[in-house]
Design a protein around this ligand. Structure first.
Ligand code: MN
Length: 292
């Protein structure tokens, strides 16, 4: 028997469904279990729309764990100078935290530090200070609930505040709480970082969660990313956190998220076979990196 993998493997809900109605939740969690993943990442852009008791029962039924992620919107953005816009963003983050807690999860990540989208200017000092203040209050609340917050650096077209691991580490240093971690996504790293291994090693124990995706966000095993270097560095730092597969195609459309991420092309149609082959691809890379 082969040794167990050091990482829990997750899959983003957008591989399965564009919304979170009861039938969509059923389908997404069922497919997650049937394709061999242990966790589903649920987008919580509109936390109040998630039917928590129903979701919880479906997760239990299929023995699947959950994490939540979101990006804020420009009208509810903690990375802003306007106190009302910041307050709306902070309220939404707290609602998302409540959902994570009620679902028995321990992770809230993504672009929780700014709006998800193209800014027209760099952030002002006041906007950065507002984001740090709101995240600090959120992290204190999260800590009492045993929840970790992950700041995911994304490419320049999706935020102006954190595009690299260095920038995430700087904000985390200002927050000064150990339940705030870096959430690296290789798709964004491939756009913004100098290389893939360096930022992982720099984060070290502060790396808490990982997104894996192809350079075009299609199936793994295609695209131009050097996954041997990426998984090799994760093994080197002894990363034992969750690794979640993200892939998006015009075959599954979320009313807001798909257009914000620019998902215009059809990169796959058969999501189940694509999810299985991508999981096998990750497992193979992890095994090679750990010499399992
Ligand atoms: Mn991501």
């Amino acid at each position: 028997m082969s040794k167990q993998l050091p990482n829990l493997l997750g899959v983003h809900a957008l591989v399965w469904v564009g919304g979170w109605s009861k039938p969509e939740c059923e389908e997404a969690v069922k497919n997650t279990a049937e394709t061999g993943y242990g966790l589903i990442e649920i987008p919580a852009l509109d936390p109040k729309s998630i039917d928590v008791p129903h979701t919880l029962s479906v997760l239990k039924n299929y023995n699947i764990k959950s994490a939540c992620s979101l990006g804020l919107s420009f009208d509810a953005d903690i990375n802003n100078e306007d106190s009302e816009i910041v307050a709306r963003g902070e309220k939404r983050l707290n609602e998302a935290l409540d959902v994570v807690s009620a679902l028995g999860g321990n992770y809230l990540g993504g672009v929780i530090y700014s709006a998800l989208g193209k800014y027209k200017l760099p952030p002002s000092q006041k906007a950065i200070d507002n984001a740090v203040g709101a995240l600090t209050r959120l992290a204190k609340r999260a800590k009492t609930n045993g929840i970790t917050l992950g700041l995911e650096p994304v490419n320049r077209y999706e935020s102006n505040l954190i595009n690299t691991a260095d920038q995430a580490l700087e904000i985390i240093k200002r927050i000064g709480l150990d339940n705030v971690v870096v959430h690296l996504d290789v798709y964004h790293m491939n756009i913004e970082e100098q290389d893939l291994a360096g930022p992982i090693k720099k984060c070290g124990k502060q790396l808490g969660y990982v997104h894996v995706g192809a350079s075009h966000r299609g199936p793994l095993g295609t695209g131009n990313i050097d996954f041997d270097s990426f998984f090799g560095a994760l093994a080197q730092i002894g990363f034992t956190g969750t690794i979640t597969f993200e892939s998006f195609s015009s075959a599954v459309v979320h009313p807001d998220l798909s257009s914000t991420l620019g998902i215009w092309r059809n990169l796959w149609t058969d999501n189940k076979s694509m999810a299985i082959s991508s999981r096998e691809y990750m497992e193979q890379k992890i095994k090679t990196a750990h010499k399992i």
